[in-house]
Design a protein around this ligand. Structure first.
Ligand SMILES: NC(=O)c1ccc[n+]([C@@H]2O[C@H](COP(=O)([O-])OP(=O)(O)OC[C@H]3O[C@@H](n4cnc5c(N)ncnc54)[C@H](O)[C@@H]3O)[C@@H](O)[C@H]2O)c1
Length: 300
């Protein structure tokens, strides 16, 4: 079985540059493609900035920084970016129509042997795969942000993904320091997003139904699991509009009332309270109450 030795990231946004950096820092040549010149420039800046942080923390030597940077190239021409690569990872915005369009384009410009993967956080490859003519060489590869810290990836097949494709990608992930987790059956939300989603839904309902304050839910979580923030602090970081969109994916699939995003969440979004990015969500930023020394003792 041929190892995967070169990669193209299609979409150079938040996850695109991070996955590229993970590949490059493990010696894999990676080409970053985006339709936006600005996104490519930002991606280059983010990669350099992150490498600087690693150097200052003595996680990497200046020679390793140079070696990593020499593996990355930036492209505004898709055919050039994918020419001869073994794997393309798509990381464009989370819209089914866009993902299908991008997969159709990739299918027409990539070599027959190239494997096409989507980094989607909620769309199953089986909803995208028929935009291509290579059902045996497509799959979900769901990375988490900052993969050098959250070093897991969930791999899920489409209807025709071959064992060889899955095994090549699994070995590749190990080679770039990422632990592959196998999703054994079709699953919206893969593995961990389903766990996190169940937690989120229950926490939101507890507060929406007036059972508890969000601060007490977070206090309980932070105390019992010894974490620096709780589920509501986490939702603020992700963005409450993003939380709503993800809840909607599950709600549209099940149609069950208990899966509908709670009224309280929708009202906050209506008021523009989206979390860290707007300075207010459940907490106020940049100095959220959960960081105050007395928070766990119930002081705010
Ligand atoms: N943000 C996260 O924490 C996270 C975590 C796991 C998975 N994901 C998934 O990763 C994917 C990307 O998310 P993101 O947060 O990096 O998004 P982002 O908005 O930061 O980046 C998307 C990039 O895609 C580019 N793009 C748009 N159309 C394109 C096209 N036709 N061809 C090439 N590039 C195009 C945009 O210019 C942008 O730079 C999504 O499917 C998302 O669900 C995100």
């Amino acid at each position: 079985m041929e190892p995967i030795e070169s990669v193209c990231l299609c979409g150079a946004g938040f996850l695109g540059w991070q996955i590229s950096l993970q590949c490059a820092s493990h010696g894999i040549p990676v080409r970053l493609f985006d339709i936006s010149e600005e996104a490519l420039e930002r991606a280059s800046e983010h990669i350099r900035h992150e490498l600087k942080t690693w150097t200052s923390e003595e996680k990497i030597t200046p020679e390793e920084v140079e070696a990593t940077l020499s593996q990355v190239s930036f492209h505004d021409d898709l055919a050039e970016a994918v020419d001869g690569v073994d794997l393309v990872i798509e990381a464009v915005p989370e819209r089914l129509d866009l993902k299908r369009e991008v997969f159709a384009q990739l299918d027409s410009v990539c070599d027959d042997a190239t494997i096409l993967a989507t980094n989607s956080s909620s769309i199953r490859i089986s909803k995208i795969e028929d935009a291509t003519r290579r059902l045996d060489r497509v799959l979900n590869t769901h990375f988490y942000n900052t993969p050098w810290r959250r070093s897991i990836v969930e791999l899920m097949r489409g209807t025709g993904t071959s064992d060889e494709t899955l095994e090549r990608v699994r070995e590749f992930m190990v080679s770039i320091g990422i632990t592959p987790l196998m999703v054994l059956r079709k699953s919206t939300g893969f593995i961990f997003n389903r766990v996190w989603r169940a937690i989120k839904r229950e926490c939101l309902h507890l507060v929406d139904q007036g059972v508890a304050s969000f601060q007490d839910v977070d206090r309980a979580w932070m105390t019992l699991y010894e974490t620096p923030y709780g589920p509501f602090g986490m939702m603020d970081r992700v963005g409450l509009d993003v939380i709503r969109d993800i809840e909607m994916v599950y709600y549209e699939e099940s149609g069950a009332d208990r899966d509908a995003p709670p009224k309280m969440l929708l009202e906050m979004i209506e008021r523009g309270e989206l979390g860290v990015k707007t300075g207010k969500g459940f907490y106020k930023y940049p100095d959220p109450a959960y960081l105050e020394p007395g928070f766990l003792k119930g002081k705010s």
